[in-house]
Each structure stands twice: as structure tokens, then as C-alpha cells.
Ligand binder design. Structure first.
Ligand SMILES: [Zn+2]
Length: 338
């Protein structure tokens, strides 16, 4: 091992590493033990998806129930997250802290008070639309529509619950209105600069700036299509991080690699129309059998890459996780006692 590799390995082991978005199959039989790969890669916290706009509420509830029960049954390995202090405890004990995120507002059933219910079930991050428009606002692959009156009420409910507001997958106009309206920081949990890779899921410079103006963080996505690199190589991830750091500074950059654990379970809801949610005109279905997504094992390579680029150690620590930990510390609040 050369000096940089040795230094980076030690540095990575000591640093707090935060993955703002990963996916297990949306199936109650999915084994959360698969997340051990995250822990082995030096990750201390991961936000796991528990549903998208196309998933029926009973499917989402079954997944939450199963994942919660599995996490609670393995206290030697996992810490289900209530607030940011749980993440620090997990790290100190060498465990993986896990929270949930909801990708879209359809599962709220047009009831803003459902936000608090999902919060009580462990959901700590939400975006209001998933790729397509809904009654709350616009998705990134649909007509560019404003946030609806219902959407304004949902934004207030997300702020009131202390949940992280996330504009990934959201349409341009809706995202700009959410960021103007939200009285708390807004993040992009897994979205990349459009300037480096042309795809409707990526975000314009003024969206990046608006996110930062809320005190928010943009977390770089590891999906090859959004990196502009089908191989989802670490060098492409580093390019996206560096673009953001040059534009808005290291205090507003994080990581959400969007890795999908493929455990061979069928998670498609009945009548699911893949081409509607993932439109072929945006490049879906043209990537061969499976588009590459960055794997958890690339986290240590990201650390080594940033140190190799001459980034200050304090900045690398912020990007790896300290930015998101501080933000969660400000936004999340401990569950009310019942
Ligand atoms: Zn997503």
C-alpha cells in the first residue's frame, strides 16, 4: 500500500459516513441483513427507501413493519434512528444506523397529517413527487407544474414534523416553490448537476443554488445514467462532487449513492407500468440488462479520491457525512412520547 492508500483507509475508518439514499426490494421478505455491505464499507448511516408514488399503501406498510421488526431484532448490528444522536451512538458502537425515506407524496393519500404518522414509523426524509406529476406537485419527467394548494399544506406538515424535505425526482417549478416556501433546510438526497450529465433527473444550477440558500445539501447520486458514466466509476462521482464544491462549497455537499440491493424478490405492484414511471425517452431501458450503479464498496474509494485531489481533511469529513449529521441534528426531533 502506498502512503495515500494507507492514510485514506485509516481516515475513512474514523470518519462518519452518511449514505442519504439506498434501496432494498420493496418486499416484506427482503432481508435487511443485506445492509451489512454498507457497514463493511465504513458507512455509519443509511436512509432506506420504503416506498414510491407507484406503491400501494398496504405494500408500504408491510415493508415498514418488516424492516422495523428486523432492525429491532438485531440490536448488535443495527440502530433504528429516532434522532441524530442515534447516528452518533451507532457509530461509537460500530453499528449501522438506519432511517427510512418515502419517495413521493401519493402514499399520504392527500392527508398532510399522514406526514407525522410516517415520521412516527421511522421515515425521516420525503420527496413530494416521484418522476411524474401528482396532486401535490410536479415530477421531473412530466409537464412542469407548480406546487398545488395541497402541496403547500404538505410542505408545512413536513416542516412541522421535523422531517427532511427532499427535492430529488421533483419537477423544476415545484422544487423551486418548495425551496422558497420551506421554513427548514431542503436537501437533494440523490441528484446530480445537470451541467455534467444531461438527464431530466439531474438538477439545474439555480436549483442547486436555491437548495443551498435554504441551508440545504446536495448529495451526489451513484447511478451511471445520472453520472454521465455507464460504469458509475468513482472518478465520475468525484467529478460531480468537485463541481458542487466549486459552485457552493464543501459545506453543502453530501453522498446518496442510490445503490439497489437486488435480492431476487419481485417488488412490482399489480398493474405497474414501468414505461410510465421510467420513460424510455429519458434513456430508460436502453442500458442493456442492468445499468450499473455505484456499489457501497466505492465509499472508501471516494475518500481516497478526495484526499488524492488535495481536499482538506475537514472538507472530506463534511462531504462524507458531517454535513448531513449536522443538518439532521437541526431538523429531526425526538419522537413525542405517547
Ligand atoms: Zn430515487
Amino acid at each position: 500500500m502506498d502512503d495515500l492508500k494507507l492514510r485514506a483507509a485509516t481516515f475513512h475508518r474514523d470518519a462518519l459516513v452518511w449514505d442519504s439514499h439506498a434501496c432494498l426490494p420493496l418486499h416484506p421478505d427482503a432481508d435487511v441483513g443485506a445492509l451489512e455491505r454498507h457497514r463493511a464499507a465504513g458507512v455509519d448511516f443509511v436512509s432506506v427507501n420504503i416506498g414510491m408514488d407507484m406503491n400501494p399503501l398496504p405494500q408500504i406498510m408491510a415493508v415498514i413493519a418488516s424492516f422495523r421488526a428486523q432492525l429491532q431484532a438485531r440490536p448488535e448490528r443495527f440502530v433504528p434512528v429516532d434522532d441524530a444522536r442515534d447516528v452518533e451512538r451507532a457509530r461509537a458502537e460500530g453499528k449501522l444506523a438506519v432511517a427510512f425515506d418515502l419517495e413521493g407524496g401519493v402514499p399520504l393519500g392527500e392527508r398532510p397529517e399522514m406526514v407525522q404518522l410516517f415520521y412516527d414509523l421511522g421515515v425521516r426524509q420525503i420527496h413530494l413527487a416521484y418522476n411524474r406529476n401528482n396532486s401535490i406537485g410536479g415530477g421531473c419527467y412530466d409537464q412542469d407544474v407548480p406546487l398545488s394548494d395541497l402541496g403547500r399544506r404538505v410542505v408545512r406538515a413536513v416542516n412541522a414534523a421535523g422531517m427532511l424535505m427532499d427535492c430529488s425526482h421533483t419537477g423544476y417549478r415545484t422544487s423551486m416553490e418548495i425551496m422558497a416556501l420551506s421554513d427548514g433546510p431542503v436537501i437533494y438526497s440523490h441528484a446530480n448537476p445537470l451541467a455534467l450529465a444531461a438527464n431530466g433527473r439531474n438538477i439545474r444550477d439555480d436549483q442547486i443554488d436555491a437548495c443551498v440558500a435554504t441551508g440545504g445539501i446536495v448529495c451526489v447520486n451513484g447511478v451511471g445514467r445520472f453520472l454521465g458514466d455507464p460504469e458509475a466509476g468513482t472518478s465520475a462521482i468525484l467529478r460531480h462532487i468537485d463541481y458542487l464544491v466549486q459552485r457552493v462549497g464543501a459545506d453543502h455537499v453530501g453522498l446518496g449513492l442510490d445503490y439497489e440491493y437486488d435480492l431476487g424478490l419481485d417488488q412490482d405492484p399489480p398493474g405497474y407500468d414501468r414505461a410510465y414511471w421510467f420513460p424510455p425517452e429519458h434513456g430508460y431501458g436502453k442500458d442493456g440488462p442492468r445499468l450499473r450503479i455505484a456499489v457501497p464498496e466505492q465509499f472508501p474509494e471516494i475518500t481516497e479520491g478526495l484526499l488524492g485531489m488535495g481536499y482538506a481533511e475537514a472538507d472530506v469529513r463534511r462531504i462524507l457525512g458531517e454535513n448531513m449529521l449536522a443538518l439532521a441534528g437541526r431538523v429531526w426531533r425526538p419522537r413525542r412520547s405517547h
